[in-house]
Design a binder for this molecule. Sequence first.
Ligand code: BYC
Length: 474
Amino acid sequence: MTITYADKIPNNVDLGSDKVLQRALEHWQPEFLKWWMEMGPEGSQTDDVYLRTAISVHPSGWAHFDYVKMPDYRWGIFLAPGDGERKINFGDHRGEPAWQDVPGEHRANLRRIIVTQGDTEPASVEQQRHLGLTCPSLYDLRNLFQVNVEEGRHLWAMVYLLHRYFGRDGREEAEALLQRRSGDRDNPRILGAFNEKTPDWLAFFMFTYFTDRDGKFQLLALAESGFDPLARTTRFMLMEEAHHMYVGESGIARIIQRTCEVMALHKTDDPARLRALGVIDLPTLQRYLNFHFSVTIDLFGADVSSNAATFYSSGLKGRYEETKFADDHLLRDAVYPVLQIVDGRLASGEAPALNALNEKLRDDYIRDTVSGVGRWNRVIQKAGIPFELTVPHKAFNRRIGPLAGLKIAPDGRVISESEWASKQREWLATDEDRAFVASLMGRVAATGAYANWISPPTHAINKRPADFEFVRFN
Ligand code: BYC
């Protein structure tokens, strides 16, 4: 189906044929814009930004690049094409036609999943709203804004579902999505990681690498949903999400590249000297990595969760690559390994696979994450530097599930409170680390210029050169 750009709200869902829905969304639109002006990228609303806008949902040629002022970005509603024959592929309804409407008995759970997903999108924009003021280049500034407008679009994707399928409750939830605030003590965002600060660009790149990848895995699980509109909307969101993770992976790779150049040039691995030379030492990168990894894996929920079992059995949320499994897709008798403490050590135990679906998705996520960290290590190896970044043990620094509250070292050893207290500063970014990184963050906004602590990109965006004028200030 083609996208209608003539409408106030671009869409490929034939919005014009449902006047009540259209009016409700047109009523929400100014509220969204108000939120965007208040909580979106600070001080940048009049800039012309070289942005990608979705103009089709086909994998080839869906994106159009041009200069846009962010408040004029055409946030729209785009679902990947449906296949009228689609079936529910797992759970108690396996084999039945996928739902085109919300089944009454699953309404509350489905709404909860959509609201939780929707809540993360504006949350991340709020977390990143000050970063434009300290961008390391116009190229990076443009990438930040691209990520921000697309998170805004992902909010639209969830709000459409709420308005279209959940009546008054849905409209109320859509309003509440604009009212919660990341980090607000009285009205915070729903999930932990989305209330943390993203105060500097190292944190931003770690966030887009690690936390946007949680987005990828959750969206892939929702793309399996028996509720077809959710499956179709998340499929299209995944196409945009890929760039966000690329921003993170390449951003960290460029920081590592620059640090390694300075290490080689000055023949030093002394963090203090490297800091004095204006680059981020590798141990600091490791501490940031440990923080972002552990906070993000909490986003998968408790290791053993009856919610997860219900979501699966009711056909609402599948496994990553559900249709590739050769099992019964019911999981009633299957088991899955989960961590337990036995005799003061971490040991592998077993839980019913249905209840361990959060843990399984977390494990899938971890495998994907580790391979990218390997690519960062190749940058270090190529420079001939004997240092390796590692992903901490999945029990390290957890705040959700049975591992929360235990003190576990990055290598998976159960340790005492006192060892934790004395070593914590070696493992997690400290206030001093953050103050140092903050001290590097000055705005570099001349065409083709890059901050000293990061290498220019090997290739920029849409075949533009690295010295392209990605943002024009007005
Ligand atoms: N923080 O039974 P459990 C993205 C709560 S990211 C705080 O394990 P469940 C993006 C939980 O709500 C992808 N609370 O929960 C990335 C429950 O509360 P109640 C976002 C947490 O439901 C970057 C209780 O603890 N999408 O798109 O199995 C930029 C018991 O837990 C947390 C989704 O998450 C936490 N981390 O699992 C922009 C998909 N974890 O009921 C965007 C939709 C758990 O006791 N969400 N709790 O009050 C879900 O599928 C599930 O809600 C979760 C939680 C996997 C998140």
